[in-house]
Design a binder for this molecule. Structure first.
Ligand SMILES: C[S@@+](CC[C@H](N)C(=O)[O-])C[C@H]1O[C@@H](n2cnc3c(N)ncnc32)[C@H](O)[C@@H]1O
Length: 197
């Protein structure tokens, strides 16, 4: 197990996971309502305990959702079972595993902003493999205009453009605030809507 995986596994084991708000991301819901994630098949990276995967399933997508923490995936599977939702939850590493596809839509909340500091090259290969020309990706990432310690790692606009634009056209880039399970902790974030070139 990598150091990174150990760190996240520990966070789930002790329940220190401020990102796990228990409600679907308001920004994801906004983008879905606007009809900006067309398609049927969807892959979510770093799904955590599956709250957004469940919302995406409810909206009619065939959802594959991966996280490299087994406990998170077990919790997600239990939630899906309780909701009678058929979602393909997998334990896997978004920097190196093969998740099939190509998918119509990719989604991540708070994953790209972290993975880019660990193995951006590996993640970009996985992104390339799991999409085709025209696939959409909505990435929700913490914004470097506000730093938090403790808090999520952040990315600036020039950084995200340099890293993502070789593979994706950015269709919409806007700011919003993440919801968390801590009162008044709402880190500034980027909503990055992209289309594979
Ligand atoms: C900030 S949390 C967000 C979880 C979930 N997206 C949410 O919004 O509740 C980041 C998640 O990404 C997962 N993760 C980090 N690196 C990963 C990797 N290389 N492969 C798969 N999952 C990863 C972590 O285990 C964690 O569940």
């Amino acid at each position: 197990m990598s150091d990174d995986q150990t760190r996240f596994s520990k966070a789930y084991a002790i329940g220190q996971k401020p990102w796990d708000s228990g409600v679907p991301s308001v920004e994801l819901v906004r983008v879905l309502d606007a009809g900006n994630l067309p398609g049927k098949t969807l892959l979510e990276f770093g799904c955590g305990t599956g709250t957004n995967a469940l919302e995406l399933h409810r909206r009619g997508y065939t959802v594959t959702a991966v996280d490299f923490v087994a406990q998170a995936v077990e919790e997600a599977r239990a939630k899906a079972q309780a909701a009678h939702a058929k979602i393909d939850f997998r334990v896997g590493d978004a920097t190196r595993d093969d998740f099939g596809g190509p998918y119509d839509v990719l989604f991540d909340r708070g994953v790209y902003h972290h993975i880019r500091t660990v193995d951006l090259k590996g993640f970009l290969k996985v992104l390339e493999r799991s999409t085709r020309k025209g696939s959409r990706w909505l990435s929700l990432a913490a914004n470097a205009k506000e730093k938090h310690d403790p808090g999520p790692p952040t990315v600036s606009e020039p950084e995200l453009r340099a890293e993502l634009e070789p593979l994706f056209e950015i269709l919409d880039l806007r700011e919003f605030r993440f919801g968390t399970n801590i009162d008044d902790f709402r880190p500034l974030a980027w909503s990055i809507l992209m289309q594979r070139k």
